[in-house]
Design a protein around this ligand. Structure first.
Ligand SMILES: Cc1cc2nc3c(=O)[nH]c(=O)nc-3n(C[C@H](O)[C@H](O)[C@H](O)COP(=O)(O)O)c2cc1C
Length: 207
């Protein structure tokens, strides 16, 4: 079956995209507004954007374009130009889902989801203590892409739980247990790891 996205309702195009690009890692983004309200939200349109300098990106839908108020995360990042990407893990699934609810802008989502804020080293936004990997980010650029905005952040500090990295800084993925988003209500909480040597030895991934 073949589709021309121009002739499809955007909600259906969304289904085709999230059903095809998966599993997606989840950036659990913590921010603080200029009024001091802390916010957390998960975003699975998330990946590495560059290595040197290190940048990550998340794509956020702009419901205000069609029907609802803007997402608090975007308001806070636009005001403060700072945020933290916390990596979502399988044991945190229930709290990840709790922070996806669209609460009024004055609600502290650390309190709602019973999560612990930890002061960041560089940015004002707090890290989530329960998440084992945190990246403090400064906004590089926000790019409007129709009904979505791509947020690119420069990582200015990495934090890892002490047991996670081996002596060569490789991630012990079985300890991290990263959470993946599939489509609809489905999440990936476990994965099978299969080893293959990759012939691109110059790639940083192979080091
Ligand atoms: C696992 C998961 C992944 C999500 N990924 C995205 C995403 O990539 N982009 C997006 O705009 N919303 C995504 N959402 C929805 C937002 O998390 C949700 O709209 C949230 O309420 C926004 O919060 P805020 O208004 O506090 O910023 C996702 C929700 C879940 C549960």
């Amino acid at each position: 079956v073949t589709f021309d996205p121009k002739t499809l309702d955007p909600q259906l195009v969304y289904k085709l995209l999230i059903g095809s690009v998966l599993p997606r890692p989840i950036a659990w983004v913590s921010t603080i507004s200029s009024d001091g309200v802390r916010n957390i939200a998960p975003f699975s349109f998330f990946t590495v954007a560059s290595i040197d300098p290190p940048m990550v990106c998340v794509s956020v839908q702009r419901p205000e374009v069609s029907w609802k108020r803007a997402k608090d995360t975007i308001g806070s990042i636009a005001e403060t130009r700072e945020f933290v990407v916390n990596i979502a893990t399988s044991e945190l699934l229930d709290q990840v889902v709790m922070t996806a609810v669209s609460y009024p802008p004055d609600v502290d989502e650390f309190v709602v989801a019973k999560l612990t804020p930890v002061a960041s080293d560089i940015v004002a936004a707090p890290r989530i203590a329960e998440s084992p990997v945190n990246m403090e980010c400064q906004l590089h650029r926000m790019i409007n892409l129709g009904a979505d905005v791509l947020v690119i952040g420069r990582v200015v500090r990495f934090h890892f739980r002490d047991d996670l990295l081996d002596s060569r800084l490789r991630m012990r993925v079985n300890l991290l247990r990263p959470l993946g988003r599939l489509a609809g209500p489905d999440f990936a909480t476990e994965f099978n790891s299969v080893k293959r040597s990759v012939p691109f030895i110059e790639s940083p991934e192979a080091l």
